[in-house]
Design a protein around this ligand. Structure first.
Ligand code: ASP
Length: 154
């Protein structure tokens, strides 16, 4: 049915990168959402929503229900929190806390976030289980679960 088809038919790839000198970069690519209203623009193509990089402060990228991310300027908010001194973990937990306080949150809603600082410290978190990330470095590619899941039982 429509709900089943909806569930697996979207995804954003978000990439954050850092070189040996601490130079940050970010990119994302998305299918958007299936069954979307014609003309809908999700969070991914909008700087500060699906992706934001400030070379001095940090980078963040988001995947999932774009409307939730856009409502809080999610990646910009994460980077601004790091600018204020938050760790990447705390910064993205704050973004998820803002999102999770919405009264219209649906059980199909998901948001995954990555954040990276110029010193190489990174974090990943998601609203619900299922989000995975890969860390690639000189030792290879390593699959991780996020360090924090806001609603682990869902
Ligand atoms: N964030 C994307 C959007 O809302 C969809 C996704 O991450 O799967 O357009």
């Amino acid at each position: 049915d429509r709900e089943e088809r909806w569930k697996d038919k979207h995804d954003t790839i978000g990439v954050l990168a850092i070189d040996a000198r601490g130079t940050l970069a970010g990119a994302c690519s998305t299918s958007g959402m299936p069954w979307k209203v014609p003309g809908r623009v999700g969070d991914s193509p909008i700087i500060g929503h699906g992706l934001y990089v400030d070379p001095q402060v940090g980078a963040a990228v988001a995947t999932g229900t774009g409307e939730l991310v856009m409502a809080v300027c999610g990646s910009f908010l994460a980077v601004e929190r790091m600018r204020g001194g938050d760790s990447p973990e705390t910064a993205i937990a704050e973004v998820l806390t803002r999102i999770s306080s919405r009264s219209d949150l649906d059980e199909d809603h998901q948001v995954g976030l990555l954040a990276l600082r110029p010193d190489g410290r990174w974090a990943a978190a998601s609203l619900r289980p299922g989000f995975r990330l890969t860390v690639s470095d000189g030792s290879g590619h390593h699959l991780h679960a996020p360090g924090f899941v806001m609603f682990p039982g869902t």
